[in-house]
Structure formats: structure tokens, C-alpha cells
Design a protein around this ligand. Structure first.
Ligand SMILES: *Cc1c(COP(=O)(O)O)cnc(C)c1O
Length: 426
């Protein structure tokens, strides 16, 4: 038995499913999860001493590679002053100013502890600001595990969400409507049917939780227009895309301005941080400035802020990083595309900049319904092959591959060689 297997055996007795977040259990793959000892740059090491080339990157935060010395030093220095005070600190002001001075649509920002919290709070603010209660989300977009957003995606448009998890009362999802990604007509229909009772439309500007599904040309612009026409707020959930596609996230990358934006993952550089922000008049609704209650004992935690701010400064000061990882994404995903084509494998490669995936289906993937046509068993086989050859992919067909600035040309080539070997014998 490997040490990972031993640990997993112990873990399942005391932690539900053996993990603290479901995707880590490798449930979709039928493998024992690798328990991780440490990581540096693009490499991650498990407790059995195996080294892997890592394409999870902690689900995004490690955009500069694991264990970056500048970020680590910032954390160590912050720790020396104490871990938390439950009082205001200078670094929180610095963090807020750093973001607001560089991202025009974020005039005010509030720190929280996770992406889930950021989205849940942004929706509360949107409802408080507009005085309306309904929201529209898209099938296949993930916005954290808060009650109102755990709605099952049926086929097509739904005017009232059905809980997608045990323990979520119907009342919590009845104001959540579900539209089809990349389908403006479906949004229009819901907005019209709801008699302008919609507080907000929330979207992942690049779908990255149903595999990677880029927005079609005009989709985000169309949402902007529809929201304006129906006096609904447009919320970009940039928990993955924020500070990744560009410093100003998908909003800057696609040139579409949301009313509110949510961040997570990269903003904390690996520490538990989320944030939501937007126009001042909206954000001033948040307590104690306004009547929308939202709080957090550890929000703006000094150690977490030190990590996040150090990473944001590195990204801002070297914005060429966005060109570099864009090129790496293009090289890797175009390379995979070419291999599939040459070997007459009918699968799809979807990507935007440094986020991408292979869909194990012959259908073009533009929304959740087409994503679901993927053959997850075929994915699992591919995943195992890559893992056994030292490449650590996200253990699900419906997750993205994340690239970092630390991935080298040699590593991308090595990955492509493995992909080629795999599909040659397909
Ligand atoms: C990861 C994710 C979340 C939830 O963030 P947590 O920090 O896991 O709570 C929300 N939205 C999107 C788009 C995400 O990818």
C-alpha cells in the first residue's frame, strides 16, 4: 500500500469521503487521491516521493507557480506580527486601493474568505440595491456552494430552480432562474417572463466549471445590453478568470464592464480569500455603510492579505506575464488540437488564454448540454495515463487545466509528447 492509500484509508473514517472538498476524492476517476507533501514552481510532490507536473495549480491561485519566494517571504514577515487581530489593519487599505486604482469598474471592494462567500454576498448586495429578488444563472456555471446557487441544471431554460443538493430547501432556489450558456435568447426570455423582477444576471465570463466553455462573440456584450434594458445588475464571477486573463480579468480581456465582480483563488495566492466589488453606489449598500448585512471575523486577515497583495503586485509589475501564459496556453491547446486531428480523434479542445480542456466528445461544446455529451470514462482512462506518466491533471472531465508562469517550454513539449503517445494508440 502506498502512503497516499494509507492516508486515504484513515481519512475516510474521519472526514466525509476522506477529503475536505469533493473533487479531491478522485471520485470521477476511481483512483486514490495523491496526498501532497509540497510543491515548487510547476511541480508537485506526493507523500510517496512521486513528482508530478501540475496542471491544477491549486485550481488557479498558483498563476506564478507554487511556493513563489516573494509571496512566501511576505507571508513569513506578516506572521511575525501575529496571525489575526479582528481589527482593521493597514494592509487591508493597501489591498483595496491596489485593486481599485487599477481596475476601473471596481470602485470599492470588500474582502471575504472564499469565492462562495464572495458570490453569495454579491447577490445579496444586488438584491438590496435593486429591491428585486430574482436572479439568473447559467446551467453549468459554478458559483460556490451557497443555497440559492445549488440548483440543478435541467435541459433548457428554467424559471424556478430545483435544489441540486440534499439539505437545500425549495424556498432557497425558487428565485433562481436558469438560462443556457452562450444563448442570449434564453436570457431574454427569462427577463421578459419575470416582469423585470430580476436583480442580477450572474455569469462565469469564461465557463470553467463545466470544462472550459468560452463565451461566443457578442455573448457578454449581449448580457450587458439585456441587463441595462431590464435594470438588472450584471455580475461577473471572476473567481477563476480574475487576475488570470488580464490583471482586470475577463472584463478587461473582453472589454465588457460588469456592475459587480467576484474574486477568489488568485486574489489570495493560495490563502483563503475572496472579494466582491463594483461601483461605489452599489457597494455603499454594504454594512456598516449601508443596510445590506455582511461580515467576517477573519475577513481581510493580515497573513492572507500579505500573500494576496504580494502576488497582485508581482502580476501588476510584470504584466508581460499575461502575454507569456497566453502564449503557453495557445501552444499547448493548439498542440493538443493538432494531435487529435492528426490521429483522427474526434474530440474537442476548448480554451481561452491559459485555461483549457479536452472534451471527450465529437460534439462542439458551447454550453452545459453539449459538455455533458463527453465520455467521462474515456476521460478517466486518459487521466490515469497522464498521472502514471507524471502529469497531474484535474481529476474530472468538467474541470479546467490551469497554466502558470512557471510551466516551461520543455514541460509543455513533454506534455504534448505524452498526449501524442496516448492518442496514437487510441
Ligand atoms: C471556485 C469557484 C467558486 C467558489 O470559490 P470557493 O473559494 O471554492 O468557495 C465560485 N465561482 C467560481 C467561478 C469558481 O471557480
Amino acid at each position: 500500500m502506498t502512503k497516499s492509500q494509507e492516508l486515504f484509508k484513515r481519512a475516510v473514517n474521519r472526514i466525509p469521503g476522506g477529503v475536505n472538498s469533493p473533487v479531491r476524492a478522485y471520485g470521477a476517476i476511481g483512483e486514490t487521491p495523491r496526498f501532497i507533501q509540497g510543491a515548487v514552481g510547476s511541480s508537485i510532490f506526493d507523500v510517496d516521493g512521486q513528482k508530478y507536473l501540475d496542471y491544477i495549480c491549486s485550481w488557479g491561485p498558483m498563476i506564478l507557480g507554487h511556493n513563489h519566494p516573494v509571496i512566501r517571504d511576505a507571508v513569513v514577515r506578516a506572521c511575525e506580527n501575529g496571525l489575526s487581530f479582528g481589527c482593521a489593519t493597514e494592509r487591508e487599505v493597501e489591498m483595496a486601493e491596489f485593486i481599485c486604482e487599477r481596475i476601473p469598474h471596481v470602485e470599492m471592494i470588500r474582502m471575504v474568505n472564499s469565492g462562495t462567500e464572495a458570490v453569495m454576498s454579491a447577490i445579496r448586495v444586488a438584491r438590496g440595491f435593486t429591491g428585486k429578488s430574482k436572479i439568473i444563472k447559467f446551467a453549468g456555471c459554478y458559483h460556490g456552494h451557497s443555497d440559492a446557487l445549488l440548483v440543478s441544471a435541467g435541459s433548457g431554460v428554467m424559471t424556478s430552480g430545483v435544489p441540486d443538493s440534499a439539505g437545500v430547501p425549495k424556498g432557497c432556489t425558487q428565485d433562481t432562474m436558469i438560462a443556457v450558456y452562450n444563448d442570449l435568447e434564453s436570457v431574454k426570455q427569462l427577463l421578459e417572463e419575470s416582469n423585470d423582477e430580476v436583480a442580477a444576471v450572474i455569469v462565469e465570463p469564461v465557463g470553467a466549471n463545466m470544462g472550459v466553455v468560452p463565451p461566443k462573440d457578442g455573448f457578454l456584450e449581449g448580457l450587458r445590453t439585456l441587463c441595462d434594458e431590464h435594470k438588472a445588475l450584471l455580475i461577473f464571477d471572476e473567481v477563476i478568470t480574475g487576475f488570470r486573463l488580464k490583471f482586470g480579468g475577463a472584463a478587461e480581456y473582453f472589454g465588457v464592464t460588469p456592475d459587480l465582480v467576484t474574486y477568489g483563488k488568485i486574489i489570495g495566492a493560495g490563502m483563503p480569500v475572496g472579494a466582491y466589488g463594483g461601483r461605489k453606489e452599489i457597494m455603499e449598500m454594504v454594512s456598516p455603510a449601508g443596510p445590506v448585512y455582511q461580515a467576517g471575523t477573519l475577513s481581510g486577515n493580515p497573513v492572507a492579505m500579505a500573500a494576496g497583495l504580494a502576488q497582485l503586485k508581482l502580476l501588476w509589475e510584470d504584466q508581460d506575464v499575461y502575454t507569456r501564459i497566453y502564449r503557453k496556453g495557445e501552444y499547448l491547446f493548439e498542440g493538443i488540437q493538432k494531435i487529435l486531428k492528426e490521429n483522427e480523434v474526434p474530440y474537442q479542445v476548448n480554451y481561452t488564454a491559459s485555461l483549457g480542456c479536452i472534451f471527450f466528445t465529437s460534439e462542439k461544446v458551447t454550453d452545459y448540454t453539449s459538455a455533458k455529451t463527453a465520455d467521462t470514462k474515456a476521460f478517466a482512462e486518459y487521466f490515469k495515463y497522464m498521472l502514471n506518466h507524471g502529469v497531474h491533471l484535474a481529476p474530472s472531465q468538467f474541470e479546467a487545466m490551469f497554466l502558470s508562469d512557471a510551466h516551461t517550454q520543455e514541460e509543455l513539449d513533454l506534455t504534448l509528447e505524452l498526449v501524442e503517445q496516448y492518442f496514437k494508440t487510441w
